[in-house]
Design a protein around this ligand. Structure first.
Ligand code: BG6
Length: 485
């Protein structure tokens, strides 16, 4: 049984839903210079906003203007929480102003008030793949130590303003995504850095991650100074890696591959660098900029809980060498298809048991509360206008229902059988939005269909899918009725 007060909701991020990129005094963010892409054509990062290019995040789903209507739908489903993020460049448009932008702050006051009025608790990520573009232009993003203080100013401003309304926080979304140095958009969105432009991409990745670890730890301590009851978590992508076989070489390789997650959680949950990382730095001769004060900050600012996304698992085989996939966060040339698991249209493995595995791994390693803050499946879907006119669902998304039910069932096993301390579950993209990796609208995750298409057509109107009613029942029964069997 999931605990009483288990947080059921959904997850979105400012840059993928809000739109209104140039309203309310907002400055440009790194997401505003990423073009649209597709499953076959990678998104590009342009030098500023260029005429003739298409930037889907500028429009999102217009949540900035339509959030009341969307919150009504979430409340109808019975959401008790909603995970979203604060757009840093709405609060500090260039990133380094001395004073925050009041218009930006007021927007989130209105948004959080509207959630609370509907019984929906805000769960807020400070930096969800977004930072002011000004910080990239003037500081080189997170390669510059001064970003620590600038982030802290942003975090402290948010804690002071919203603490009475927002109890659940996370610092950096999927901070471990930048471990993939092959795809430029991963580190760009995490840190405002194109790693391939640096002499040693991996060393640079560890340096920017270090500054973020310190900033995150200082933010945790700052939140607790404002109110010891605030909960601040890390947020990682938990796509763990399995060995292809019981060959010990596969097993060791998979163990190493899991460091793409553990390196980040080890530092943020335990407050110190793990031995395997320090040995690696020594072996490579990397002398990172790490001070004694930094290490003290890490130790003093460990997180209250582990927030994580779970979409898929990976598999490695030691004697396979192939192309590095750009589509997943934690790419490795030894990655192979798992013969036991199907894949989505975007090549992501479908592995509900992997969620239980992730929950057990974190529990056994850290014993901290956990929060599944993203999970879901992207599908191609078409609006069934006739069905809507007849009072039916916009999309019969049985595949999504089966996917989510399977994952919730495994999550419940992790709680009931394994004793994992689980706080809540917020499926990703509870309303259709702009995909992060491909910049498409066509990759849909929602319980709510949004009539916006990649070719620019669509009314932007919202429609319920079949999963809307299904998830409503799941929440009403606190996960007892998964209704898929
Ligand atoms: C996670 C991110 O990587 O996965 C989200 O936190 C993202 O921002 C989600 O949208 C799904 O990825 P995609 O590429 O399908 O949108």
């Amino acid at each position: 049984m999931l605990r009483d007060g288990f947080l059921w909701g959904g997850a979105v991020a400012a840059h993928q839903v809000e739109g209104a990129f140039d309203e309310g005094g907002r400055g440009l963010s790194v997401a505003d210079v990423m073009t649209a892409g597709s499953a076959t054509e990678p998104r590009r990062i342009t030098d500023g906003v260029l005429t003739g290019e298409r930037y889907p995040n500028h429009k999102g789903i217009d949540f900035y203007h339509r959030y009341e209507e969307d919150l009504d739908l979430f409340a109808e489903m019975g959401f008790t929480c909603l995970r979203t993020s604060i757009s840093w460049s709405r609060i500090f448009p260039e990133g380094d102003e001395a004073e925050p932008c009041e218009e930006g702050l007021a927007f989130y006051d209105r948004l959080f008030d509207a959630m609370l009025a509907r019984g929906i608790e805000p769960v807020v990520t400070l930096s969800h793949f977004e930072m002011p573009l000004g910080l990239v232009r003037r500081y080189g993003g997170w390669t510059d130590r001064r970003l620590i203080d600038l982030f802290l100013r942003f975090a402290e401003t948010c804690f002071a303003r919203y603490a009475p309304k927002v109890r659940w926080w996370m610092t950096f979304n999927e901070i471990n995504n930048q471990f993939n140095t092959a795809n430029p958009i991963f580190a760009w969105t995490n840190s405002g850095v194109v790693l391939s432009e640096h002499d040693d991409p991996e060393r640079t990745m560890y340096q920017v991650a270090h500054y973020q670890f310190v900033a995150s730890a200082l933010a945790v301590a700052a939140a607790h100074r404002v109110d010891p009851g605030l909960k601040v978590g890390c947020m990682v992508a938990a796509d763990f890696t399995y060995p292809y076989s019981c060959n010990p070489s596969d097993v060791l390789m998979a163990q190493d591959a899991c460091h793409s997650t553990y390196f980040f959680t080890d530092v943020m949950c335990r407050g110190a660098y793990p031995h395997y990382a320090r040995r690696r730095f020594e072996r490579e001769g990397w002398e990172l900029d790490v001070t004694g004060d930094d290490l003290a900050a890490l130790a003093a600012g460990t997180v209250d809980y582990i927030g994580f996304s779970y979409y898929m698992s990976n598999t490695v085989r030691f004697d396979h060498v192939g192309d590095i996939s750009e589509s997943t966060a934690h790419s490795d040339e030894h990655m192979v298809d798992n013969p036991y698991l199907p894949q989505s249209d975007w090549g992501w493995t479908i592995d509900p048991q992997g969620l239980r595995y992730a929950l057990r791994c974190f529990d056994e390693r850290y014993g901290l509360p956990q929060f599944v803050v993203e999970n879901g499946i992207g599908l191609f879907e078409e609006l069934d206008r006739d069905a809507v006119e007849a009072g039916g669902w916009a999309v019969e998304d049985d595949e999504r229902i089966e996917f989510l039910a399977g994952h919730i069932r495994e999550m419940e096993q992790a709680v009931d059988v394994d004793g994992v301390d689980l706080v809540g579950y917020t499926p990703w993209g509870c309303i259709d939005l702009v995909s992060f990796t491909t910049g498409e609208y066509a990759k849909r995750y929602g319980f709510v269909y949004v009539d916006t298409n990649d070719d620019g057509s669509g009314t932007g109107d919202r429609f319920k899918k079949k999963s809307f009613d299904w998830f409503k029942r799941v929440i009403a029964t606190n996960g007892a009725d998964l209704g898929d069997r």
